[in-house]
Design a protein around this ligand. Sequence first.
Ligand code: ZN
Length: 184
Amino acid sequence: MDLPLTGEPLALDLINTLGGSPDGPVDHLATVEGLLKWLRTQSHRLPQPDTPLTEADLAAVVDLREVVTAVVDRARRGVEPPGHALLALSEADRLASPYRTLGWEEGRVVVGAERGGDYRSALLSLLAGATIDLLAGPIGTVRDCEGPGCCMLFLPAHPRRRWCSPELCGNRVRVARYYRRHKP
Ligand SMILES: [Zn+2]
């Protein structure tokens, strides 16, 4: 798989950069290049680095991913997350102060969320802030993909969605079902 599932709430996209896929475990943030590639897929909602990313930037994002995963995984099941993870998430949120940008598109004001500070602080605080929004919002409806071996998380827009991606897991399951039915 080239790229992880994207297009879910930012916190889930971050968690999904590390996961089992039907093809085995994949870490899309194993290298600085991997992080850069993932950031490009998020260019509509995350700032892009204007200087080269460092190993320290990568380590900081990976550490935050661990925290986000621990908190979301428990919170969505109604289990109390570890106190240190909640604290770390809140601290990351505070790394850079939030501000809103205002634009005008198609006859209405478009409000964007931004963060001040240096690139790494802005990135970490945006990821933490997006996670906190999810926790304060639709966390209870986050769902696991039902694909065998797949542990992607998604937020279903309609209650019947069962797969992270109909092309990947949905198809795989349909094909397997077809072969089971047509076994001689
Ligand atoms: Zn899946």
